[in-house]
Design a protein around this ligand. Structure first.
Ligand SMILES: Nc1ncnc2c1ncn2[C@@H]1O[C@H](COP(=O)(O)OP(=O)(O)OP(=O)(O)O)[C@@H](O)[C@H]1O
Length: 436
């Protein structure tokens, strides 16, 4: 049976460059960096420096590499481990000019993204994650600083020549093309000397959707569309894969399984990948390295384990974990003998020692409380503990097989303490997130 891909792209849509031209946004008059203006005066632009372009057009620009650079490259088909690039960002800043004045979306960012690993950019909405991703892709121009791909200064290299695959939250699949045509778009436009049909078939196998080649994106589920978008991003064998909230449009019930599938595919290919997300569970589950953003700045970077065991600031602790917030002068904190000039204190819900027995006179650090609520959610039991001064904290007992025998009843009187080292004092500004 003939597949839709047996009809050649050019018969249906014109030549690849016609397609690219039709998808590309009009060239705008830009404030370009002088060096870039000199070096790339004739390069078609993918994006305005002040306004985000339509994601489909950006996808087209990213897929359409400069044919002169690509034609001579004999590219083996992914999966093939170890074909990613190391990305270094030095003192990178992005200032947007708006009607209200200038706005610093990324400030003096320096970071190192290892080759062949997945790095997550994690932070609240508006913290500058997407801005950094778009700077790395060349879809925005930096106001200052440099970007290196391995030892190459890529700061002013045009988007199309960066060899980047991009998966957008909206997927940005070309609606009028079949899935096979979407996947074939990059290699065709780049005139890569490969068997495009077999590349498409191998990628459809890789994403475990061998039967959808002849369908259009509208005929797929959200999870399937996202896989096709990934296949399209991988088709030109990018050295860097950028994923901007790739699970954001998915139903929460399927998000966990879809992200595991996507991670498995990326691991097989072995390409360096950068994932933008505001979901800490997603970042910690998928990434080898997590970089935490707030207010346009990097607050901390490290492995998921490092961040969880040693959050560098009150903001990081507050952002990555469930925490109890309480006044520093409340009964519980005072009983512990914890002294601070800061007005508030926070602690994780897993750090409490709770006893039903009335403490001995030599155990003054226990504060009395009443169990005001209890929820057994299978993997843990959650309790609300109300101290006598009215302050309420949430306590989590994990490992319920051990927790159930010592379960507390509603309205039961209990005595609560923790090691004072588990408390973190803060000023409200230290846990505030964007906007500035
Ligand atoms: N073209 C632009 N012009 C002016 N301001 C912009 C522009 N693009 C982004 N910003 C601003 O820069 C800040 C950072 O935006 P960015 O999209 O990078 O944040 P984010 O962390 O990715 O947020 P989200 O998770 O909501 O996408 C925001 O305050 C945003 O409004």
């Amino acid at each position: 049976m003939a597949s839709a891909w047996d009809v050649r792209l050019s018969d249906v849509l014109g030549t690849p460059s016609d397609i690219y031209r039709s998808l590309r946004p009009p060239v705008t008059h830009l404030q370009q960096h002088p060096a870039r203006r000199r070096a790339h005066a004739c390069t078609p632009r993918a994006a305005s420096s002040t306004a985000r372009v339509d994601e489909q057009a950006a996808a087209a620009a990213l897929e359409a590499g400069s044919s002169s650079g690509i034609e001579s490259v004999a590219i083996a088909m992914p999966p093939q481990a170890g074909n990613g690039v190391r990305v270094r960002v030095q003192d990178l800043s992005k200032v947007y000019t708006t009607r209200k004045g200038s706005f610093v979306a990324a400030e003096n960012i320096s970071l190192d993204i290892p080759a062949g690993k997945m790095t997550a950019l994690l932070g609240p909405s508006g913290s500058g994650k997407t801005t950094l991703l778009r700077l790395i892709a060349g879809l925005e121009e930096p106001s200052d600083g440099s970007i290196f791909f391995d030892d190459e200064d890529a700061t002013w290299v045009p988007t199309q020549e960066r060899e980047i695959g991009f998966v957008f939250q909206s997927y940005a699949l070309f609606k009028h093309m079949t899935c096979a045509q979407n996947i074939a778009f990059g290699p065709s436009v780049r005139k890569m000397k490969i068997d495009v049909n077999s590349r498409v078939r191998e990628l459809l196998d890789l994403i475990e959707l061998p039967h959808v080649g002849s369908r259009r994106p509208a005929q797929l589920s959200g999870g399937q569309r996202q896989r096709v978008a990934l296949a399209r991003a991988l088709a030109s064998q990018p050295r860097l894969l950028l994923l901007d909230e790739p699970f954001g449009a998915l139903d929460p019930t399927i998000r966990a399984s879809v992200r595991q599938g996507l991670k498995a595919i990326i691991d097989k290919v072995g390409v360096t990948s950068i994932l933008v997300t505001h979901d800490q569970e997603e970042a910690f589950e998928l990434a080898d390295q997590v970089i935490i953003f707030n207010r346009g700045q990097v607050v901390q970077m490290g492995s998921p384990e490092e961040l969880q065991s040693a959050p560098a600031t009150p903001f990081v602790l507050h952002f990555i974990d469930d925490v109890n917030l309480m006044p520093a002068n409340c009964q519980f904190v005072r009983r512990l003998g914890f002294k601070t000039e800061k007005p508030y204190v926070m602690c994780r819900p897993t750090v409490f020692d709770v006893s039903k027995a009335v403490p001995q006179p030599d155990e003054p650090r226990f504060a009395p409380a009443t169990v005001s609520d209890r929820i057994d959610i299978g993997i843990m039991i959650k309790y609300m503990l109300k101290f006598d001064d009215g302050v309420v904290v949430e306590m989590h007992l994990k490992g319920v097989e051990h927790a159930r025998p010592i379960a507390f009843d509603l309205q039961q009187r209990v005595y609560v303490r923790t090691d004072p080292q588990n408390l973190v004092a803060y000023y409200p500004d230290e846990i505030a997130s964007t906007p500035l």
